[in-house]
Design a protein around this ligand. Structure first.
Ligand code: NAP
Ligand code: F7E
Length: 345
């Protein structure tokens, strides 16, 4: 039985990756943080007796800031594959907590790589790199060759982690890969990322539980994919002859405004846009009510206008292609949030 260790197992990607690896018969070890109330809702269904019989799930307490704990865990678990998904993953919040974001995302990765190199150097490692590395990119779409121009504390920390991963591969011959993943979403997405915030609030507006969606920069454009597709790419990267770095993306660009309009259309609301910038708002054409308003508090000190990925290399070398694209993604997320809202009522 292959053994995998996942940091950030309780997050969106950690939960889908756990599901995938258990179904493949892995023994999955995950690192969870001590919190005053449990944050394991996403992995609860796979834990204990309810787990897929072909695999096994074991959780350990740990933190990317605790070097000794990471070293002990690597010595004890000695995994065949390590997926480093733990991070302070919110770009906006990284401007408020740059030092903490650096400690977890940059130094945390170094602590982990070093422990792997000391206790299980044969282990194959996946590093959760990001399209945020491209920042305000000089070319579009972005490939593995595009210059990195990170423009947030989150992205700068992830750039350090990216190069440390390359460095451990080059210096110690470790099998270590960077997955440069573009935005990927799902019904398990954290509630303060823009897509989930939209689908959850629109579902509540439709149910009469909320009046309005307060939002930041609606001009921002992203290449949004579906998280289960993207964790499949992580696993594929660790099954190759040689470790390498890959862009994972859908190749479609859409704006936050389009995401809102599409989500509203799912519940039968047609949005008419009026005003510009901070005064822009979205009006429900049938009721005349304002259901979308801009709130400056959701703007970032610097934002990325647009990022679009070219995953040709992943398709050629990993045989990876996204199964779900924008339209279906919005439907999947809306369906789940509408159902969750009805359950509460
Ligand atoms: P997420 O839902 O925010 O999950 C982050 C995970 O990291 C959670 O399990 C969290 O634990 C854990 N974590 C945070 N700080 C930690 C610490 N100090 N020590 C140990 N664990 C810690 O993120 P995600 O969307 O699944 O993303 C997974 C990874 O991919 C992240 O590294 C992210 O930066 C990167 N990434 C994400 C995307 C995307 O679009 N989703 C795109 C590119 C790259 P708690 O549950 O206790 O908070
Ligand atoms: O913002 C704009 C915001 O926070 C997307 C992380 O997983 O993907 C994610 O980072 C865009 C930005 O994702 C709101 O300004 C408008 O332009 O959903 P987001 P992100 O910043 O792209 C990358 C690839 C990662 O690696 C990260 O870990 O939407 N926006 N209004 C808003 N964003 C939020 N969160 N909330 C708003 O109200």
């Amino acid at each position: 039985m292959k053994r995998a260790l996942i940091t950030g197992i309780s997050g969106q990607d950690g939960s889908y990756l756990t599901e995938l690896l258990l179904a493949k018969g892995y023994e999955v070890h995950g690192i969870v943080r001590r919190t005053s109330s449990f944050s394991r809702g996403r992995i609860d269904p796979f834990y204990g007796a309810k787990v897929d019989p072909s695999g096994k799930l074991v959780l350990h307490y740990g933190d990317m800031g605790d070097e000794k704990n990471l070293r002990k865990l690597l010595e004890k678990v000695r995994p065949d594959e390590v997926y480093n998904l733990a991070s302070q993953s919110h770009v906006g919040i990284s401007f408020e907590m740059p030092e903490y974001s650096t400690d977890v995302n940059a130094l945390g990765t170094l602590r982990l790589l070093d422990a792997i190199n000391d206790y299980c150097p044969e282990a194959r490692c996946y590093q959760a790199s990001t399209s945020e590395l491209f920042g305000s990119a000089d070319e579009s779409p972005q490939t593995e060759q595009t210059r990195f121009r990170p423009n947030s504390p989150y992205a700068v920390a992830k750039l350090y982690a990216y190069w440390m991963t390359v460095n451990y591969r080059q210096t110690y011959g470790m099998y270590a890969c960077n997955g440069i993943l573009f935005n990927h979403e799902s019904p398990r997405r954290g509630e303060n990322f823009v897509t989930r915030k939209i689908t959850q609030t629109v579902a509540r507006i439709a149910a009469g539980e909320a009046d309005c969606l307060y939002i930041g920069n609606m001009d921002a454009q992203r290449d949004w994919g579906y998280a289960p597709d993207f964790v499949r790419a992580m696993w594929l990267m660790l099954q190759q002859e040689k470790a390498d770095d890959y862009v994972i993306a859908t190749g479609e660009l859409h704006s936050v405004r389009e995401f809102i309009a599409k989500s509203c259309a799912y519940v039968g609301m047609r949005i008419e846009w009026s005003g510009e910038g901070m005064t822009e708002c979205g009006i429900d054409a049938s009721s005349g009510k304002t259901v979308v308003q801009v709130d400056p508090k959701y703007y970032r000190p610097i934002d990325i206008d647009s990022v679009l990925g070219d995953a040709t290399k992943a398709e050629r070398e990993l045989g990876w292609k996204p199964e779900v694209k924008f339209d279906q993604l919005v439907e999947i997320m809306m369906e789940a949030d509408v159902a969750a809202t009805q359950k509460v009522q």
